[in-house]
Ligand binder design. Structure first.
Ligand code: GLN
Length: 257
């Protein structure tokens, strides 16, 4: 009996060494590989910090941790400005971006994206007492706040005659709207929806339709095809084993259609 136990333990030890050894991290085999995940945490329910909390919550954060777990990485979240994420990937300061980042051609020149993991789209947030703005067309010549480096900023800047202020965080953009420093905020629909549902709807509302669909992707340094492949494999597995649906339900209250 003792012999069998010893054998089982030896096999387990060898297996765990093999798992630690493959995957290509540059850490020693005995210390767990670390996946440094960059994010900008004013984007609830995808990434945010509860007041007074140091930990990072949200769909992207749970997804990143689940992917890390699948691949045998210890996940370390690194917080920075949204516009700093791609430079941080390319300078090697982080390994992956999980930040509700929309896949688009411009970014594809700079980074490699995973398969899409969430479908989003931009929307317009205004104060409830605003009776003028009903659609993006009505924002012509108006003041718009957005977050720097986002697709929301890009769309805001395409509005004729609009005065655009790009803030470091989404929270600041919404605050500016609250203070009536701007007429509208352009931001991702699910984030605006979450904000309204959390009590923002007392004074604010969305107007117009959600704009063109945008797909979120996890991003890695351009050319890091192995990591992108691993991430896609993990994503597919999480979709297959029900974990993705579980996270989706946790954060969006329904199972993904
Ligand atoms: N999805 C938007 C983009 O990629 C906004 C992301 C964000 O603010 N975190 O630009």
């Amino acid at each position: 009996m003792k012999k069998i136990l010893f054998l089982v333990m030896a096999v387990l030890a060898a297996a765990s060494m093999m798992i630690a050894g493959c995957g290509g991290g540059d850490k020693k085999a005995d210390s767990q590989k670390v996946l440094r995940v960059g994010t900008e945490p004013t984007f609830a329910p995808f990434e945010f910090q509860k007041e007074g909390s140091k930990s990072y919550d949200g769909f992207d954060m749970d997804l990143a941790r689940a992917i890390g777990k699948q691949l045998g990485y210890k996940v370390e979240i690194v917080s920075m400005g949204f516009d700093a994420l791609i430079p941080a990937l390319n300078s090697g300061n982080i390994d992956m971006v999980a930040a509700g980042m929309s896949i688009n051609d411009e970014r594809k020149q700079a980074v490699t994206f995973s398969d899409p993991y969430y479908t989003s789209g931009l929307t317009i947030l205004v104060n409830k007492d605003n009776t003028e703005v009903k659609s993006i067309k009505d924002l012509e010549g108006k003041r718009i706040a957005c977050q720097i480096g986002t697709t929301g900023e890009k769309t805001a800047r395409s509005v004729a005659g609009a005065k655009v202020t790009a803030f470091n965080t989404n929270d600041e953009a919404v605050m500016e709207l609250k203070n009536k420093g701007v007429d509208a905020v352009i931001n991702d629909g699910p984030v605006v929806g979450y904000y309204l549902a959390q009590g923002g709807n007392k004074t604010m509302m969305t107007v117009g339709d959600v704009m063109d669909a945008e797909q979120y992707g996890l991003a890695v340094k351009k050319g890091n095809d192995q990591l992108a492949k691993d991430i896609n494999k993990a994503l597919a597995e999480l979709k297959k084993n029900g974990e993705y649906d579980k996270l989706y339900k946790t954060w969006f209250g329904e199972v993904k259609k």
